[in-house]
Design a protein around this ligand. Structure first.
Ligand code: NDP
Length: 458
């Protein structure tokens, strides 16, 4: 078969971060590209993830700002007199999401991509079927970029819970919420909803939240969340949920009952491959439904590739974008590119937020002789506000090479800081090069270049 025998050079299934980037870049190289999106363009990140979440983080952080302003001389409103208008916020948020979705859609159109606003399923190594008219389309290459979906474990009453898919569109804010999970989404929403005035309880099955993060970061963030009013229950799970007159009644494994108006489960996400038809192209999925790929995002069927959360590599928006771009460079730009997943900086938008890059202390100790530099302090910003909020900075350094292997920051602006310091870590900067960098004074970030004595040294 020649290229002209196919309807398209590339068919992309999924118009989220990874799929849309791949489609646009491939079209820019002159490829004939089609894309199908069954829900809304922009995918999880834009429609029901990072973007609306960050807008909610901003909304929720104002409550504290009103309070803190008083310490600086402002006659700010008293706590009982301020009110958050969820309907007004939701309308503004929905308008912004619609605007961004429009940009995604028009970006694809301008690039010459043929958009199909419907579901597509794979019917063979080179064919997909569109759900709207049942039309079969052939393509030389197929890219699977269908992302992931929230996972909720089955238990009695699990049908009463909502997930992050629904939380953005609640008809009204609950008075009380119970959140299950201790990862990114659970912790972020616990802080957001608590900030918006919702009585918030977080329940996590392990001994400390934020599994996988640095051992100093985890209890530090929990303690700050608790200070702000989030109730955290550790080492327990929800056994069953019953709907009662008082609300949703959750029975915990320790015998306690928590009653809430809404129960949000943030217990991980699973690759969205159900019913996608990949078996018709001889692709065997991983047990959790992920599409196995090599470093160029190619599956075991040479004409089919996959990028983003559906491959369950590093489930972050900027990674999906890079994977989509690298795929298009490799296949249509004659520039074989394997996406680089190493030393990806990331932020968790808890309050206070977390910025992290590189190895945790635990991970580093497994392979290196390490030095730890740590500073925990009350940022200057709170000297007048009176708020009892602390900040944490930590450097994990390889004693032999002096390279900074990991940086972990908790506090206001941690996400912004980690983006910048991530460049230095990616370049292999040493502790001495951090020290040679002049401090920016007075900032909280200056602590990153002024920590002189390792933990445990006299
Ligand atoms: P995470 O994998 O981060 O956390 C899932 C949480 O649920 C963990 O605490 C896990 O516990 C717990 N859990 C899993 N299964 C069960 C169960 N059966 N019963 C009770 N608890 C359970 O997933 P999230 O849903 O929070 O987020 C999904 C992904 O989205 C993240 O991996 C992240 O990559 C991405 N994301 C990134 C954000 C950012 O960059 N700021 C923001 C939001 C999401 P345990 O740890 O013990 O396994």
């Amino acid at each position: 078969m020649t290229d002209a025998d196919f309807d398209f050079d590339l068919f992309v299934v999924g118009g989220g971060s990874g799929g849309a980037r791949a489609a646009r870049i491939a079209a820019g190289y002159g490829a004939r590209v089609a894309l199908a999106e069954e829900h809304r363009y922009g995918g999880t990140c834009v429609i029901r993830g990072c973007v609306p979440k960050k807008l909610m983080v901003y909304a929720s952080s104002y409550a504290e700002m009103f309070e803190d302003a008083r310490g600086y001389g402002w006659a700010a409103p008293e706590p009982g007199s301020i009110a958050f208008d969820w309907d007004k916020f939701r309308a503004a948020k929905d308008a912004e999401i619609a605007r961004l979705e429009g940009i995604y859609r028009s970006g694809l159109e301008k690039a010459g991509v043929a958009n199909h606003a419907c579901r597509a399923t794979v019917t063979g190594p080179h064919t997909v079927r569109l759900a709207d008219h049942g039309q079969e389309i052939s393509a030389k290459h197929i890219l699977i970029a269908t992302g992931g979906r929230p996972f909720v474990p089955e238990f009695p009453g699990s049908h009463h819970v909502i997930t992050s898919n629904e939380v953005f569109d609640l008809a009204e804010l609950p008075k009380r919420i119970l959140i299950a999970g201790g990862g990114y989404i659970a912790c972020e929403f616990a802080c957001i909803l608590n900030g918006l005035g919702v009585e918030t309880t977080l329940i996590y099955r392990g001994p400390e939240i934020l599994n996988g993060f640095d051992q100093d970061v985890r209890p530090f963030v929990r303690a700050e969340m608790e200070k702000k009013g989030v109730r955290v229950i550790l080492s327990q799970v929800i056994d069953r949920i019953e709907k009662t007159d008082a609300g949703l009644s959750a029975a915990l494994t320790n015998g306690e009952t928590v009653v809430a108006d809404t129960v949000l489960f943030a217990t991980g996400r699973r690759p969205y491959t159900e019913g996608l038809g990949l078996e018709t192209a001889d692709i065997t999925l991983a047990p959790n439904g992920a599409v196995p790929v090599d470093r160029y995002s190619q599956t075991s069927t040479p004409s089919i590739f996959a990028v983003g959360d559906v491959t369950d590599r590093l489930n972050l928006t900027p990674i999906a974008i890079r994977e989509g771009h690298a795929f298009a460079d490799t296949i249509f730009g004659a520039k074989p590119t394997a996406p680089d997943h190493d030393l990806a900086p990331t932020a968790v938008f808890t309050q206070p937020e977390i910025g992290t890059v590189g190895l945790t202390e635990e991970q580093a100790r497994a392979d290196y002789d390490v030095e730890i530099y740590r500073a925990a302090f009350r940022p200057m910003m709170h000297s007048f506000s009176g708020r009892d909020e602390r900040m944490l900075m930590k450097l994990v350094v390889d004693k032999g090479s002096r390279r900074v292997l990991g940086v972990h920051i908790v506090g206001h602006g941690a996400g912004e800081m980690i983006q910048c310091v991530g460049v230095a870590v990616k370049m292999g900067a040493t502790k001495e090069q951090f020290d040679q960098t002049v401090a920016v004074h007075p900032t909280a970030a200056e602590e990153l270049v002024t920590m002189r004595t390792p933990v445990g040294a006299a």
